[in-house]
Write a protein that binds this ligand. Structure first.
Ligand code: ASP
Length: 423
């Protein structure tokens, strides 16, 4: 993404927030104002999300197939898969521990006097068992998996198809070339779409500030600040340290991720950010297509560091305000649940709050406590989405490095003077 476009996105975000605040404080009251908010902003925001979202399943499918086709040996896939799972697990544990330490040392929620709380629109869900998860991972009907956007099933189907194409000789080579071309077409689609991103984020930010306003945040300031602090420490502290220890310059990484981060922040959806991240991985950070197309969609669906942080802090907060002691065993249950609930749940806006219900239920904590934090969750969601996508992008770089599939020339190339329209 060129520099001018990035600045434009940032500017439209600020304008959207300002506009939303002005509407909230009654500057554009009356029928015309309501009409504008309900129709223009809502339709604009929804259209923008649909334009991004409609490409997620096709891009995952096509990029994994063409990525796997470009792998020379089948055992590379299992090596990448094994490393990915190790990184997913260890970064989620680090994120959760950091969140627990910060939330506990701030005695979060201990001084809150409990008001009457009513939770009406958050229904508990049932946590799928591990066996259920394993038995559901292969689709009996890949088309159904695609229409239902069951990303894990789409990933499995794409992997199997890619491997089969690889061993199908001449016919396979023709199909592989077709997928490679289709991939180029999809990347072009993203490039064109980037031009409307500023208007899309304007609508989304304006709606957010009209619906939520800043006063909700002030009411839950302690919780809000602690979650933000943990998110930023993990984003800038943990990720930078891991990158540095692995021999990759964090500054370069963050600079190149900047536009994708901004996008994820604006749309609050790591799934909708997949196309942009894939492009950033390949064209700016030098990660091979094979690694990026495998690690990014998989990570975004099973590894959510930012969501884990919010869920740990929220659990401590809710336990404290209800004056419920969390036992040592329950801390382990919490860690286990945080990892489990992110497996297979899409990276969509607000999903972390829904899966928090499962965690609270498992721990025997009152799910009504969620009503306290729901007001500030929308803004925190934007930041934790950034942490989710950045964590997975970092993992893709690390794996590419160890698999010797990282192009250092691209990673360290200075893109700041680029003025063309590539993203
Ligand atoms: N919005 C987050 C994401 O898309 C998920 C969540 O924590 O609610 O990654």
């Amino acid at each position: 993404m060129n520099h001018a476009l990035t600045i434009r996105i940032l500017l439209f975000m600020v304008l959207g927030a300002l506009f939303g605040s002005l509407v909230k404080f009654g500057l554009t009251s009356g029928a015309a104002g309501a009409h504008f908010v309900n129709n223009v902003l809502q339709v604009g925001g929804k259209t923008f999300i649909s334009l991004m979202q409609m490409l997620v399943v096709p891009i995952i499918f096509v990029s994994i197939v063409s990525g796997v086709c470009s792998l020379e040996k089948a055992d590379t896939i299992s090596s990448i898969g094994f490393k990915s799972f190790l990184w997913f697990l260890s970064t989620t544990l680090l994120a959760s521990l950091l969140a627990l330490i910060i939330a506990s040392s701030f005695h979060l929620g201990s001084s809150v006097h409990l008001a009457e709380i009513v939770s009406d629109n958050i229904a508990p869900k049932v946590t799928p068992s591990l066996w259920q998860f394993v038995s559901d991972i292969l689709p009996s009907n890949p088309i159904k998996a695609m229409t239902e956007a069951n990303i894990l099933q789409v990933i499995m189907f794409s992997l199997l198809l890619g491997v089969t194409i690889n061993v199908s000789g001449d016919s396979g080579r023709k199909i592989a070339a077709f997928f490679a071309d289709l991939n180029v077409v999809f990347m072009k689609y993203i490039m064109i779409l980037m031009q409307v991103v500023p208007y899309g984020v304007f609508c989304l930010l304006a709606i957010l500030f009209i619906e939520q306003g800043l006063n909700l945040i002030l009411g839950m300031l302690n919780y809000f600040i602690v979650v933000l602090l943990a998110l930023f420490l993990h984003l800038l502290g943990t990720f930078s340290t891991i990158l540095r220890l692995s021999g990759l310059a964090p500054k370069v990484f963050f600079k190149k991720m900047y536009a994708a981060i901004l996008f994820a922040f604006g749309v609050s959806s790591s799934n909708a950010s997949i196309p942009i991240i894939l492009d950033t991985m390949e064209s700016k950070l030098g990660v091979s297509k094979a690694i990026a197309s495998f690690v990014i969609p998989l990570g975004i669906n099973i590894n959510k560091n930012g969501t884990a942080i919010m869920q740990c802090v929220a659990t401590i907060f809710i336990a404290n305000i209800y004056n419920i002691q969390i036992s040592l065993v329950n801390y382990f249950v919490l860690l286990f649940m945080v990892i489990m609930v992110s497996v297979g749940t899409a990276g969509a806006p607000g999903i972390g709050l829904i899966t928090l219900v499962m965690i609270l239920k498992q721990l025997g904590l009152p799910i009504e406590g969620i009503s306290l934090i729901v007001g500030v969750d929308r803004l925190l969601d934007m930041v934790r989405t950034v942490v989710n996508v950045t964590g997975n992008s970092m993992i893709a770089c690390l794996i590419a490095k160890t698999e010797k599939q990282l192009d250092y020339g691209v990673y360290y190339r200075d893109d700041s003077s680029k003025t063309d329209n590539t993203i």
